[in-house]
Design a protein around this ligand. Structure first.
Ligand SMILES: [Zn+2]
Ligand SMILES: [Zn+2]
Length: 414
């Protein structure tokens, strides 16, 4: 078997790994959108391959998969596929017409009569993310995908460390957090506590800015609301995401739960006007927020992508409004980003109490090292990192000496 990384040996984003078996069969793992504009060339994305495996529904891992055509099978989890389709529905894009094969955690399967694949559920900032063990030609490759040890599913990290796959020839491991820190809020539980401490004192409305697809964060905010007897207000898109995730796991909050209210903006109602959404639309209406917020704004927390300017201006006179920015701060540094343009001015607004409360979806260097030591592979290749040399240096200081730095686009024999 041979392996190649098209992108990711020196950048975060655009992940694409190629495995070529001795019989010539080609398997790709992830086909992500590059995030870095310095190297826009994605010509490789049109290559003919036998199958594609998707680790999780983040753009930097699946964003180019539609280039692969309608015949090539794409192996993906059900929640991942439903979340990708949810985005399509609410952006008025056509549903995907691809040859999808649904995969399940820990259920081993074979691709192209050649590659044996075992998906391992990992803890990440999306409800379904996989690492993969891939076996072919007597070799064993483990790809970590994106993962962490500090979220609501950290049990899967602990289990993987306790009972890790053995005899791994090569570990392709993410290194996002090399030269990034996660000091202020190290776990999802600490994020919940910090949000709880702010909203329990609120005299007016609070907004929490995050991604609806980050279910761990949604649950943290939900729990903080429950503990403070506040209502959590979500939009129709977030309500639909909850529907999709609840198909697999019913301990996720539903719109019927008494702490939840749905803000049914006409532009989003428009997206679910098709008959197939009839039942959902009726339930949305039953739990709609309406104008309740104006009576007693301190009873409500809005979970949104972007705070509503009109609502802020209408409620200003009633006291300080909390804006809790609960995602990666890097997005606010890009002035072309719509959310940055809306949020940055609010940081210095005297009527706003702005707080950044967030924990990363990625493992700290310490957790990466524990992971690598547990798996104990022959070789470790960093991927999904902007700082491979620092990765190598830090690991060597921790006594892990078998780090191999690869080049994008170069093929290596396993
Ligand atoms: Zn990623
Ligand atoms: Zn990710």
């Amino acid at each position: 078997m041979k392996a190649k990384i098209y992108r990711g040996t020196k950048e975060i984003g655009g992940t694409c790994i190629e495995l070529t078996a001795d019989n010539g069969k080609i398997l790709w793992i992830d086909l992500g959108q590059p995030l870095d504009e310095k190297n826009p060339n994605v010509d490789y994305a049109h290559k003919k391959v036998d199958a594609l495996l998707i680790s999780h529904p983040h753009q930097d891992h699946f964003g180019l998969m539609e280039n692969i055509g309608t015949e090539v099978p794409i192996y993906i989890g059900q929640i991942s596929l439903d979340l990708i389709n949810a985005t399509k529905i609410f952006r008025d894009l056509a549903p995907l017409n691809i040859n999808f094969m649904i995969i399940k955690s820990w259920k081993k399967f074979t691709i192209a009569n050649t590659f044996q694949v075992t998906p391992y559920l990992v803890d990440h900032s999306t409800p379904e993310a996989f690492a993969f063990l891939i076996e072919a030609d007597g070799k064993r490759v483990f790809y970590s995908g994106d993962f962490r040890a500090t979220g609501r599913k950290n049990i899967v990290y602990k289990k993987l460390i306790e009972k890790s796959p053995e005899n791994i020839d090569i570990l392709l491991m993410e290194g996002t957090m090399v030269e990034r820190t996660n000091h202020s809020y190290s776990t999802e539980d600490i994020v919940e506590e910090a949000i709880f401490n702010i909203i329990k004192e609120q005299n007016n409305l609070s907004f929490v800015i995050s991604s609806a697809q980050n279910i761990d964060r949604f649950v943290s905010v939900f729990r903080a609301c429950k503990r403070t007897h506040k209502y959590l207000v979500i939009d129709i898109y977030t309500a639909w995401i909850l529907e999709m995730v609840r198909k697999q796991s019913t301990n996720i909050p539903a719109i019927e739960w008494k702490e939840i209210k749905v803000y049914d903006h006409p532009s989003q109602l428009e997206k679910i006007k098709d008959k197939s959404f009839d039942e959902f639309r009726i339930r949305v209406k039953q739990h709609r927020m309406g104008n309740l917020v104006f009576q007693n704004p301190s009873n409500y927390v809005y979970f949104v992508r972007c705070p509503n300017e009109n609502l802020i201006n209408k409620l200003r006179s009633k006291g300080i409004i909390n804006i809790i920015y609960s995602q990666w701060e890097g997005y606010l540094k890009d002035e072309t980003n719509y959310i940055a343009q809306k949020i940055n001015p609010l940081k210095n607004d005297v009527g706003i109490n702005y707080k950044h409360i967030h924990t990363s979806g990625h493992a700290t260097v310490h957790d990466l090292e524990r992971f690598a030591k547990a798996i104990n592979p022959n070789k470790i290749v960093p991927i999904h990192t902007a700082f491979p040399a620092t990765f190598k240096m830090e690991f060597e200081e921790a006594g892990i000496k078998n780090i191999d730095l690869w080049e994008d686009g170069k093929e290596y024999k396993l």
